[in-house]
Design a protein around this ligand. Structure first.
Ligand code: SPD
Length: 276
């Protein structure tokens, strides 16, 4: 066994005991799969924990369901990033969905996820799913006015993912959405990555008329406090809730009491949002 540490900053990190299952050098990054006693299998990209068998449901349910429920009839869904398949699995829980496009830049992430994380990646070959191995930024150029929902299931805004947190990119997302389309993005930790969080919010609000920020507790992400931002040009995302649909979803974290007060955030987070 080894001790693996993800460094959250220069001064703090998360350390887990683990067995190394596989290490792959892809064209884009180092993909590391660990077996840990507490969190089960863990997927690590360039030293940063992306998902674990134990707590992935929190992230994927919270990323996907609020956006899906904000739309009156989501049929066409695009997921950018998300090669592990967790967001695909959650999107397919909505019966109105006709197609899910997954745009992942690194095919090796998909291959490794199907092999080592079947409980997460198990729906990637569903007939409604079409996988595109492409750069999300370039992919959006091809699809204008098409999607009902776009889910940005990205890694942190460093390296190739940095562009996914810019005004220019969010404008492309808006152009690829239909009129009443909804976007949702993972927007980092307001506790330990305040600058990333602020930047994402300030860029999103320059592009979309309506937006809302919500949080979830994800034990293996920096500080545990994680944010998501939902946005739409025409849908009032904060006040549009379809409570009656929550019970139809098989979930373990997302539930009607969390949904009812989804946009309740601590005062310091509210203050950061106001200043962004
Ligand atoms: N600090 C890690 C943030 C990763 C967010 N995306 C994870 C992708 C899981 N589908």
């Amino acid at each position: 066994m080894i001790w693996f540490t993800e460094y959250w900053t220069e001064n703090v990190g998360l350390t887990v005991k683990a067995n190394e299952v596989k290490r792959i050098k892809s064209k884009y990054q180092e993909i590391l799969i660990l077996e840990t006693p507490e969190f089960g299998r863990m997927l690590v990209l360039d030293g940063l924990i992306q998902t674990t068998e134990r707590d992935e449901f929190i992230y994927h349910e919270m990323l996907v369901h609020p956006a899906m429920l904000a739309h009156p009839d989501p049929k066409r869904v695009l997921i950018i990033g998300g090669g592990d398949g967790g967001s695909v699995r959650e999107a397919l829980k909505h019966p109105s969905v006709e197609e899910v496009h997954l745009c992942e830049i690194d095919e090796e992430v998909i291959i490794a996820s199907e092999k080592y994380f079947p409980s997460i990646a198990g729906k990637l070959r569903d007939p409604k799913v079409k996988i595109f191995i492409a750069d999300g930024n370039a992919f959006l150029e091809e699809k204008k006015d098409y999607y009902d929902i776009i889910i940005l299931d990205s890694s942190d805004p460093v390296g190739a993912s940095e562009v996914l947190f810019t005004k220019e990119f969010y404008s492309k997302v808006k152009a690829s959405l239909r009129k009443d389309g909804v976007m949702v993005a993972q927007t980092e930790s307001p506790m330990i990555q305040e600058e990333y969080f602020k930047k994402a919010i300030s860029e999103i609000r320059k592009v979309f008329r309506n937006f809302g920020v919500y949080l979830a507790f994800i034990p293996t992400y920096p500080s545990g406090m994680w944010s998501f931002t939902i946005a739409s040009e025409y849908i009032d995302v904060i006040n549009t809730k379809r409570m009656e649909k929550v019970k139809e979803l098989k979930t373990k974290y997302f539930c009607d009491s969390i949904y009812a007060c989804l946009f309740t955030v601590p005062k310091f987070v509210e203050d950061i949002i106001k200043k962004s």
